[in-house]
Design a protein around this ligand. Structure first.
Ligand code: ADE
Length: 224
C-alpha cells in the first residue's frame, strides 16, 4: 500500500511512522508513506496556502489552488482508491472502515488546518471525509496519523501471530478481554484461576465471556 499525506506540517506527522509496528511495516515493504509538504505548492513569494474567508468571519481557509495543484500532480502519477480529507465533520472512523481501507493500494490523505479547506476541493477532489471523533484538533495531522496507524496494522503481513489483529477490541464488535502477565500475585492481588489451568478451550471460552460482559457494560451500542 502507498499512502500520500498532504500537510503543511510534515514534521508533525513524521514520527509515528518511524517506530514499532509501522516502522517494521515499511521496512518489510508492505507500506510506503510519503509526506508531501503543501507549502511547496504555495502561491507567490510567501508560498501562501490560506486566505480570508469570503463573507467574513474569524479564521483562515486553505486555498483551492495549492491543494488542487498538489492533488493533480499526484493523480497524474497513479490512480488513487480514495482521496481522504481529515475533518471533524466527516464520517466517524471505526474498525470496519479501517478494515476496508487496509485492502486498498493507493490512498491520498489531506490534512486540514484553520477553518478547513475551500469547499470546492471537497466537492470536486475528495472521495471520503473522515473524523476520528467528536472533538476538534488543531489540525488534521494527528487525526491522519491515528487513522493511518489503524489501517497499516491491518495490512496482511504487518502483524504476526502474537500481535494478531483478530483479537483486538472491535474486530468482531466486541471489546477485548482483560489480560494479565507475571507475577501471578502482586500485593495480594491474584489473577483469574482459569488462566493458570493450561486448558486452552476453557480459557478461550472465559475470554469470550469476559469480552461479552465488558462490551455489555461499557459499549452496549456495539451489541445491537
Ligand atoms: N481535524 C480536526 N479535528 C479533527 C477530527 N476530530 N477528526 C479528523 N480531523 C480533524
Amino acid at each position: 500500500m502507498r499512502i500520500d499525506i498532504i500537510t503543511v506540517l510534515p514534521e508533525l506527522i513524521k514520527s509515528p511512522f518511524e517506530h514499532s509496528i509501522l516502522k517494521r511495516a515499511s521496512e518489510k515493504g508492505l507500506v510506503e508513506v510519503n509526506l508531501i509538504d503543501l507549502r511547496s505548492y504555495g502561491i507567490g513569494k510567501h508560498k501562501q496556502v490560506d486566505d480570508y474567508a469570503f463573507g467574513g468571519g474569524a479564521g483562515m481557509v486553505m486555498m483551492i489552488e495549492p491543494i488542487a495543484n498538489c492533488i493533480n500532480e499526484l493523480k497524474n502519477k497513479r490512480t488513487y482508491d480514495e482521496i481522504i480529507y481529515m475533518t471533524p465533520d466527516g464520517e466517524t472512523l471505526n474498525q470496519k472502515i479501517c478494515n476496508q481501507l487496509s485492502l486498498k493500494k493507493n490512498l491520498m490523505v489531506l490534512c486540514g488546518h484553520y477553518k478547513g479547506v475551500d469547499q470546492r476541493l471537497r466537492d470536486h477532489f475528495i472521495t471520503k471525509e473522515i473524523s476520528i471523533g467528536d472533538y476538534v484538533l488543531s489540525g488534521g495531522e494527528i487525526a491522519a496519523a491515528a487513522m493511518c496507524d489503524a489501517i497499516i496494522r491491518l495490512i496482511p503481513g504487518v502483524l504476526n501471530d502474537e500481535t494478531s489483529a483478530l483479537t483486538d477490541s472491535f474486530q468482531d464488535n466486541l471489546l477485548a478481554p482483560p489480560v494479565y502477565t507475571r507475577p501471578a500475585e502482586y500485593n495480594g492481588w491474584g489473577i483469574p484461576e482459569i488462566l493458570l489451568s493450561g486448558h486452552g478451550e476453557n480459557i478461550e471460552k472465559w475470554r469470550y465471556e469476559q469480552s461479552v460482559e465488558r462490551t455489555k457494560k461499557r459499549r452496549p451500542d456495539l451489541l445491537k
